[in-house]
Ligand binder design. Structure first.
Ligand code: 5RP
Length: 220
């Protein structure tokens, strides 16, 4: 799979234009994109990053990282996904960076999603749907998500049993056993629950282009 990820990431470099401020997502596929971006770093102005992890990688390559408040809208955002349906709607947040990813996707004119072939599905929901919640709302949000979707919320914890804490200081619920036939409706409904910061469904604002890594890469 890692070769497919690398091939998708290399293809995405074709969308980077001289002088751009590039939005950069999070994850192992994006790590290949950051490596590729480093090779042309003198052609771009700077980046906006969706996570502390990506910021560290970018700065490690000597690539400038700016605050989205200082840049305004972006022309291009490149990020991975955990699932992608035929309408370019996505599940994201496997790396717990969903909220900042959603903010940058919303702020960007073009969202290029880079995936390996295993991420393509007909119906979203086999990958547990991440939801970032304010810690005190974890139990309330879990009960309401169960009632709303029928899915099973599981509090994300690390291998030592400690809660996974997002870059924003919040927790993550992963909703299992979903078959999401109305992604926009579910996205909006989960967003309404008090204490939910964001849901990792990118349906209201899907990707504009999906690149599936392979020889040659498939551009959807
Ligand atoms: C992080 C994400 C990632 O884009 C998603 O988890 C895919 O990761 P990878 O490229 O490692 O398969 O949404 O929050």
């Amino acid at each position: 799979m890692s070769e497919s990820k690398r091939l998708a990431a290399e293809k995405a470099i074709e969308y980077v234009e001289d002088g751009m401020i590039v939005g950069v997502g999070t994850g192992s596929t994006v790590a290949y994109f950051i490596d590729a971006l480093a090779r042309i770093k003198d052609r771009i102005q700077a980046t906006v990053s969706s996570s502390e992890r990506s910021t560290e990688l970018l700065r490690g390559h000597g690539i400038e990282v700016l605050d989205l408040n200082a840049t305004g809208s972006l022309s291009l955002y490149v990020d991975g996904a955990d699932e992608c349906d035929p309408h370019k709607r996505l599940i994201k947040g496997g790396g717990a960076a969903l909220t900042r990813e959603k903010i940058i996707a919303e702020a960007s004119e073009k969202f290029v999603c880079i995936v390996d072939p295993s991420k393509r599905v007909d119906v979203l929901g086999k990958f547990p749907l991440p939801v970032e919640v304010i810690p005190m709302a974890r139990s309330l949000a879990a009960r309401q998500i169960l009632a709303l979707t029928g899915g099973q919320p599981v509090w994300r914890q690390n291998s030592e049993g400690a809660p996974v804490v997002t870059d924003n200081g919040n927790w993550v619920l992963d909703i299992h056993n979903l078959s999401i036939t109305d992604p926009v409706g579910i996205e909006q409904a989960i967003n309404q629950i008090p204490g939910v910061v964001s849901v990792g469904l990118f349906a209201r604002r899907p990707a504009d282009v999906v690149i599936v890594g392979g020889e040659p890469p498939l551009v959807l």
